[in-house]
Design a protein around this ligand. Structure first.
Ligand code: NAD
Length: 297
C-alpha cells in the first residue's frame, strides 16, 4: 500500500458517525488499520465501506501490531471501560493510546497516569468539524500530550485533519469542551434571533446571507442553519446527547476555575431541557425544533 502512512499499523476503536470516516482516512493514507467496535452492526457497516481495513471483534485485537490505538468513543465512561477492560494489557510495547473522543480532561489525566504505569503514553486528540470534516480530512485536531509523542503522531493525525498541539495531557479535551460550549451557545442565540426575524417577516436565506457578512456570524449561521435547519433535515450526525455531555464538561471546567459561568450555566440548562423533551436519538440541530415548540418527530 502506498501513501504517507504506508508500513504503519494503527488500531481504531469506535466506528460510529465520526470514527468511520476518520478510520477510512487512515486506510486511504496507506496505514494498515485494525478497526473495532462493540456493535456488530457498526463493524459490518465499516467492513463493507472500507474494504482495505481489517475489522476485528475487540479493542485488544485492534492493538495487535499497532504503534498507536485511536479511540473515538462516546465519553470518558466508555473510554475507561475499553482501556481498563483489556486494551491497555494488549498494547504492543511502546504503543501510544490516542483518545480522539470528547472526554473529560481530569479523567483523561488520571487515565494517562494509569497508562504510564503500564509503560504507555496517552495523548488526547479530540476533533471538531463534524462528519463532513471527518470525510474531507479537514478536522481541527486539538492535541494534548508530551512533545516527543505528539511529534511521532503527527503523520497519523495529519491524515485525519489539522493537528495543533495545545498543551499537556488533558489540554485537548479541555479546549474541545470549551469550543463546544461556545458552539452550543451560538446555536441557541442565533436560532432565537433567526426565528424572531422569520416571525417578523424576514426571509431566513436573506438574513443568513447578511449575517454571514456581518458580526453576528458563527458556525451555526455559516453551516448548521444552511445545511441542516433550513432544508429541514436536522441530520448533522452529531447527537444532542453528545453536545449536552460536552457542555456539562465545559461548565464543570469553568466552575472549577472560578471564572464567570452564568451564561454557561444557562446554556447547559436550556440544552438539558431540550434533551428531556426530544427523543434520545435527536440530532443537536433538533434544538431549533424544540425552540419552535416541535418537541417530537
Ligand atoms: P457515535 O455514537 O456515532 O459512535 C460511537 C461509537 O462507539 C458507536 O459505533 C458505538 O457502538 C461505539 N462504542 C460504544 N461503546 C463501545 C465500546 N465499549 N467498545 C467499542 N465501541 C464502542 O458517536 P460519534 O458521533 O462518532 O462521536 C464519537 C465521539 O466524537 C464522541 O465523544 C463525540 O462527542 C465526538 N465528536 C462527535 C462529532 C460529530 O459530529 N458526531 C464531532 C466532534 C466530536
Amino acid at each position: 500500500m502506498s501513501g504517507a502512512l504506508a508500513g504503519r499499523t494503527v488500531g481504531f476503536v469506535g466506528l460510529g458517525n465520526m470514527g468511520t470516516p476518520m478510520a477510512e482516512r487512515l486506510a486511504a493514507a496507506g496505514a494498515s488499520v485494525r478497526a473495532s467496535d462493540v456493535s456488530p452492526a457498526a463493524r459490518e457497516a465499516f467492513g463493507a465501506e472500507v474494504t482495505t481495513a481489517t475489522v476485528v471483534a475487540s479493542a485488544a485485537e485492534a492493538a495487535r501490531g499497532a504503534e498507536a490505538v485511536l479511540l473515538c468513543l462516546p465519553n470518558s465512561d466508555v473510554v475507561e471501560a475499553v482501556v481498563d477492560g483489556g486494551l491497555l494489557d494488549a498494547l504492543e510495547p511502546g504503543a501510544v493510546l490516542v483518545d480522539m473522543s470528547s472526554s473529560e480532561p481530569l479523567r483523561t489525566r488520571a487515565l494517562a497516569e494509569r497508562a504510564a504505569s503500564a509503560g504507555h503514553t496517552l495523548v488526547d486528540a479530540p476533533v471538531s468539524g463534524g462528519v463532513s470534516g471527518a470525510r474531507a480530512g479537514t478536522l481541527a485536531v486539538m492535541v494534548g500530550g508530551p512533545d516527543d509523542t505528539v511529534a511521532t503522531l503527527a503523520p497519523v493525525l495529519s491524515a485525519i485533519g489539522h493537528p495543533r498541539h495545545v498543551g499537556p495531557t488533558g489540554a485537548g479535551h479541555a479546549l474541545k469542551a470549551l469550543n463546544n460550549l461556545m458552539s452550543a451557545a451560538h446555536l441557541l442565540a442565533s436560532s432565537e434571533a433567526l426565528l424572531a426575524g422569520q416571525a417578523f417577516g424576514l426571509d431566513p436565506e436573506v438574513m443568513l446571507e447578511v449575517v454571514n457578512a456581518s458580526s453576528g456570524r458563527s458556525g451555526s449561521t455559516e453551516v448548521k442553519w444552511p445545511r441542516h435547519v433550513l432544508p429541514g433535515s436536522f441530520g448533522s450526525g452529531f447527537g444532542l446527547g453528545l453536545m449536552l455531555k460536552d457542555i456539562r464538561i465545559a461548565l464543570d471546567l469553568v466552575a472549577s476555575t472560578g471564572t464567570p459561568s452564568r451564561h454557561a450555566a444557562s446554556t447547559v440548562a436550556l440544552w438539558s431541557e431540550a434533551a428531556s423533551a426530544l427523543p434520545p436519538d435527536a440530532d443537536h440541530t433538533d434544538i431549533v425544533r424544540w425552540l419552535q415548540g416541535k418537541d417530537t418527530r
